[in-house]
Design a protein around this ligand. Structure first.
Ligand code: HEC
Length: 379
């Protein structure tokens, strides 16, 4: 054990007024390195001690400005250089859109740096040894007494003079506090590998526990979040029905709401005889028919229905629609072929509505007329 060194001379007071008075007197006497310890914040103490504002605010300001400027520069770089996308026709540097993120990052960096520097620089965490720790003085001031401690490293310090000054202030007790140099740790331990390892360990443990709870434990039985329910799914088999099909076939004769079934299914002759084009060949109807014809029919039948397919032999060429056969067909027969298909030509009923089919029929008629013009058409 080394010889104990003098850290400070302390005095304990019973009342807040007593300690305020003591602080003023000690400040007036010219001491700089002294501190006050009270069980609760005492109003007017900073004035009595002549304390200046904390420098923490500057750190907060600096961190906020740096974070804000940094993220603003980053967003600008992203939108102007890295990913210059036109969004809603706005210029690349449309700064109003950057404001929310800039604001958030400003606050976030200010807060994190404030707390971090408070703990690491001002409190010197994780260093925690101090000569006043574990002394009767500290026990008293953390309970119900008000204490002042004038440190031996003050330039004006003289043990006898300080003791006399403190005694003159009518304290409860005056006592020197000594410490053993070897027991104090002076090196700053924030970047001590052991401490960093501890931090990493805690972070790992907390993350693992969070992940495990949220993603594993909460999905173990009995927690299944209603993902496993007794229900039938369309494509599954079942023993409930003799045909094992879960998805039940519609009852024969079922008709979709608002839909009248095509009455001439497989009856090409009756369709030709009975169906009448309900549309007039107006410019509008012909335009609609042209649009649908060029979209759905022209790939096989050619733009002018001459049977000159554009499919380059990938599908058998259809016959020309300018044949006498189709020209003399009633509208109903052409309509029937579009609706039901004919041999290898598939049905277009699902792609082209009924009205559109009749418009296409008109357009096919117009094409036929164009290539087989009558004498009277030529005037
Ligand atoms: C996938 C190619 C293809 C498309 C698309 C197609 N057809 Fe056909 N079409 C054919 C073929 C091939 C035939 C001949 C079928 C046969 O052998 O009976 C045919 C036959 C026809 C016939 C009967 C011709 C005749 O002489 O018997 C008509 C009318 C007809 N198509 C109209 C249309 C209309 C209108 C469209 C557009 C809605 C259309 N087709 C779309 C391939 C097509």
């Amino acid at each position: 054990m080394n010889t104990p060194l003098l850290y400070s001379v302390t005095a304990l007071f019973d009342t807040p007024d007593g300690i305020i008075h003591a602080a003023e007197a000690v400040r007036k006497a010219g001491y700089k390195r002294y501190d006050i310890h009270t069980p609760y914040p005492v109003h007017g103490m900073d004035d009595a001690m002549g304390l200046k504002d904390s420098k923490l605010g500057f750190i907060t300001l600096g961190a906020g400005l740096m974070g804000g400027a940094g993220v603003f520069a980053f967003i600008s770089w992203v939108f102007m250089a890295a990913y210059p996308n036109v969004i809603g026709g706005k210029p690349f540097f449309s700064w109003p859109a950057f404001v929310p993120v800039t604001f958030e990052i400003t606050v976030l960096s200010a807060v994190l740096v404030t707390i971090g520097s408070l703990i690491a620089f001002f409190f010197k965490f994780p260093n925690n040894s101090h000569p006043l720790h574990d002394t009767p003085y500290m026990k008293a001031v953390s309970c119900d007494t008000f204490g002042i401690s004038i440190q031996a490293d003050d330039p004006k310090f003289d043990e006898a003079a300080v003791t006399a000054l403190l005694t003159s202030l009518h304290p409860r007790t005056v006592a020197p506090v000594c410490y053993d140099e070897a027991e104090l740790n002076h090196t700053w331990k924030t970047f001590d590998p052991k401490f960093l390892a501890l931090l990493a360990g805690v972070a790992l443990l907390v993350s693992a526990a969070t992940y495990g709870t949220m993603n594993v434990v909460l999905y173990m039985p009995p927690f299944d979040w209603m993902m496993n329910q007794n229900k039938f799914k369309p494509q599954q088999t079942t023993e409930q029905y003799p045909d094992s099909r879960m998805m039940r076939p519609v009852v024969a004769g079922t008709v979709a709401r608002g839909f009248t079934p095509y009455p001439y299914k497989g009856m090409a002759d009756s369709a030709g005889k009975s169906l009448v084009n309900p549309l007039q060949p107006t410019a509008k109807v012909l335009a609609l028919g042209k649009e649908k014809y060029l979209t759905f029919c022209s790939p096989c039948h050619g733009n002018f229905a001459k049977g000159d397919s554009r499919l380059r032999g990938q599908f058998p060429n259809p016959p020309t629609l300018h044949s006498d056969k189709v020209r003399t067909w009633p509208d109903g027969s052409v309509y029937h072929v579009i609706t039901e298909g004919q041999n290898i030509m598939p049905s277009y009923a699902s792609q082209i509505s009924r009205e559109e089919r009749w418009a296409v029929v008109h357009y096919v008629r117009a094409l036929q007329r164009a290539f087989n013009a009558k004498e009277s058409d030529q005037q």
